[in-house]
Design a protein around this ligand. Structure first.
Ligand SMILES: Cc1cc2nc3c(=O)[nH]c(=O)nc-3n(C[C@H](O)[C@H](O)[C@H](O)COP(=O)(O)O)c2cc1C
Length: 328
């Protein structure tokens, strides 16, 4: 048995599973592994460091992968987009900011446009920009996002698309880490899923190895929404987005005390602590973005294993779903 959806048809992939463009974490190796396993892999361009991006695009080799940008950051360094488009990526994903400015350029290159939306208003913007795929991202998600929940945002955007842009596909994101999440997402009206946290714990991710034990031990209560890592790193995120990260000692020290970081010396010290521990893989002394789905993750196998597990579990659940129906 296999799952066929509009997503698998459009991108000619085997499973309706897309890996999220996680900044610093989703490089070419992970994206390529996901595509080779029958999903669609996206490289996370993050804050757009050109040398890093080129290296990771090279690392994907000839495997068809896409690339995701943080839209407000891309707007500050728009010249990183053309070299990516020149490589004819499988898709370009824009998240966190108005997509209109880049949509035409992406579509003119013949590249499918995926827009991540945290609200209905974002979904409307994505459709107006000509998105081929909208991602309904719930606040359970790891990394940055809004506050709506996947369980209500997905069907609401599904209804909106059905009425206004029936050819536009929909992915659900936020809290999906196993076959139950994939099966439920399809029932909510999605054509597939975009998964981040689960792939952060994969053999091919660039996750600092020192983070793995803490993430595997964590349950879903162990994350919080915060602006602290952005303030410390000096990234000017729009206020509507905060990051979901593991509750660590570093966050405990600064969450609620953000105003103290207005002092440049204090901020510089905190940034030094953050980056040193991030590079050393010491989770308690830094920020570790991860979603509530961390409570469903107990290992870090190859991406191909993750995809096979999710697809097989979803197929089994959907095949058995008729069992809920009894003749009356
Ligand atoms: C470590 C991490 C980094 C992320 N970085 C980005 C990013 O740079 N750009 C982006 O569009 N989304 C980013 N995301 C969010 C994902 O696109 C996606 O919405 C999210 O991972 C889905 O929820 P899940 O983590 O529960 O699977 C990130 C997520 C994580 C876990």
């Amino acid at each position: 048995m296999a799952l066929r959806t509009r997503l698998t048809e459009k991108f000619k992939i085997e499973h309706p599973i897309v890996s999220a463009p996680m900044g610093f974490i989703a490089g070419g190796r992970l994206a390529a592994a996901v595509t080779q396993a029958g999903g669609l892999g996206l490289i996370g361009a993050g804050y757009g460091e050109p040398a890093w991006l080129e290296r990771e695009l090279d690392a994907a080799g000839n495997t068809r992968v896409g690339c995701g940008f943080i839209t407000w950051s891309l707007a500050e360094k728009a010249d990183i987009l053309p070299p990516v488009l020149a490589r004819a990526p499988a898709a370009v994903m824009l998240s966190f900011g108005a997509p209109a400015r880049f949509a035409e350029q992406i579509k003119a290159a013949g590249v499918p446009l995926i827009c991540q939306a945290q609200t209905l208003a974002h979904a409307r913007e994505a459709v107006a920009a000509g998105a081929d795929v909208v991602v309904a991202q719930g606040g359970e998600a790891g990394g940055h996002g809004g506050s709506r929940a996947t369980f209500t945002l997905t069907p609401e955007i599904a209804d909106y698309l059905a009425g206004n842009a029936p050819d536009c596909l929909l992915l659900a994101a936020g809290g999906i880490a196993d076959g139950r999440g994939l099966a439920a997402s399809l029932m909510l009206g999605a054509d597939g899923v975009l998964i981040g946290s689960r792939f952060m714990l994969s053999a091919e991710a660039l996750t600092p190895p020192g983070f793995l034990a803490a993430l595997i031990a964590a349950d879903g209560d162990a994350t919080q929404k915060t602006h602290v890592p952005d303030i410390v790193r000096g990234y000017s995120w729009p206020a509507e987005f905060s990051g979901r990260a593991l509750k660590t000692r570093f966050l405990a020290d600064w969450h609620g005390r953000e105003s103290a970081l207005a002092d440049p010396a204090m901020k510089a010290k905190a940034a030094e602590r953050y980056w040193r521990a991030f590079r050393a893989g010491e989770p308690e002394e830094t920020g570790v973005f991860i979603g509530e789905a961390v409570g469903l993750i107990r290992d870090a196998p190859p991406a191909a294993t993750i995809i096979a597990r999710i697809a097989q579990e979803a197929e089994r659940l959907l095949a058995g779903a008729g069992g809920f129906l009894v003749p009356v």
